[in-house]
Design a protein around this ligand. Sequence first.
Ligand SMILES: Nc1ncnc2c1ncn2[C@@H]1O[C@H](COP(=O)(O)OP(=O)(O)O)[C@@H](O)[C@H]1O
Ligand SMILES: O=C(CO)[C@@H](O)[C@H](O)COP(=O)(O)O
Length: 484
Amino acid sequence: MAVQASGGPGGRVVLGVDSSTQSTKVLAVDAGTGEVLARGQASHTVSTGTARETDPEVWWQALLSALDQIGAYAGRAEAIAVGGQQHGLVVLDDAGRPVRPALLWNDTRSAPQAAALVEKHGAAWWAERFGSVPGASFTVAKWAWLRENEPAAAARAAAVRLPHDFLTERLSGAAVTDRGDVSGTGWWASDREEYDAALLAEVGLDPALLPAVLGPGQQAGEVRGGLPVRAGALVGAGTGDNAAAALGLGLTPGRAALSLGTSGTVYSVSRRRPADPTGIVAGFAAADGGWLPLACTLNCTLAVDKVASLLGRDREQVEPGGSVAFLPFLDGERTPNLPYASGLLTGLRHETTAGQVLQGAYDGAVYALLAALDQVLAVDGEEAEEALLLIGGGARGAAWLETVRRLSGRAVQVPRAAELVALGAAVQAAVLLTGESAAAIAARWGTADGPVHPPLPRDDAALARLSTALPLAAATRPAGSPPH
Ligand SMILES: Nc1ncnc2c1ncn2[C@@H]1O[C@H](COP(=O)(O)OP(=O)(O)O)[C@@H](O)[C@H]1O
Ligand SMILES: O=C(CO)[C@@H](O)[C@H](O)COP(=O)(O)O
């Protein structure tokens, strides 16, 4: 199909949505040039304490508010797609209303259920069949937690959705998901690319409650009436936020992205299906038909910002040197799989400064991601490109950039485009309009363009301190919690 898109006023407009942990962002994008024409953003509330929950209605209201902020572009847009935080368990009643708040990817209460599922079948079975060894983040563990702890809520389930599915359905009425996001549930067999009926029976989930899985480039439906987006505009399949960013970056095998947001993630795309029995690399599917090997941490920007505020410092007030090792596992941790751990600071001396402690928190937050980088790239096996792509809110910060350069020893490229998840969703929407491949659109938009910062000598002493401290962090679980 010919590309009809054209830039400038009067050009065709698509909308990309990023419904992530902390907020919803909407970009109105010129489908021809990729120029961002307008931007809206609205915050979410996430529960604190041991639970991490958000009412899906909060995401919907945030989406409506962000759409409101882009003014006339909402009504002009011809297509829209939604990228959303992965794994969250959304349970709806027969009127499409949430039965309870969604259990989010960073809620570790489901760790015992995840451990029981892995114990029952073995890590190798999970990796081979599902591509991933499920931890507390995976939807299957959350569903098992709900059945055990709130059976009445589970019994009321008329539909089970992921966060992006919920919003896609509110926009279009279509009960659909996509292969990228469904690959993070733990009930989609990546070896056969279908729901695993035997596992669903085992966890007591009726497959009729699940959405249809759309393939790359497929359309979910059209925008229904009565919304700020024009009725009849095309609605893309949407996908998980990391898969959306991979589309937005036009990621190719051998190229890795490091995302610094509520979660820290490191990922690449692969032509080979991942199946890592250690559980470090999750074997997600990519939204374009390939695979998305990925490692994810629970403690990233929020943990470092918390340490800065405890120290009474601005997040950029770091100082070099010193002897601390800081593993900021304030929420427990997922990579490595230490759901009951807490933060650990070692190596304090009289001469240690507050700025060095803060730098230690940055180092600890980046350490596990960089440790997983080679395993992520090894899945495809393509020779790795030197420069890491740095994205997410943290990529705007100098201290994050310098930490990644110093601990990776690699060149780091920071795309000028700030919202890669929303841009990736916009790419998905543009695919529906132009019939091009997502890769062709991302290349035309130049989404990954940005300055390349040359490598620094790797700080092996800091990495060695962190590696020595890690077994101690594993022992920081509260009395009475199960062994890791
Ligand atoms: N200029 C900045 N410098 C450093 N960090 C920043 C900056 N702006 C935002 N952040 C960090 O980005 C985080 C939000 O990142 P984002 O990728 O939007 O999160 P999420 O997608 O998980 O909602 C915040 O927690 C904040 O710490
Ligand atoms: O769980 C994962 C990846 O497996 C997280 O990356 C979530 O998808 C949340 O993303 P952000 O809100 O941090 O962007």
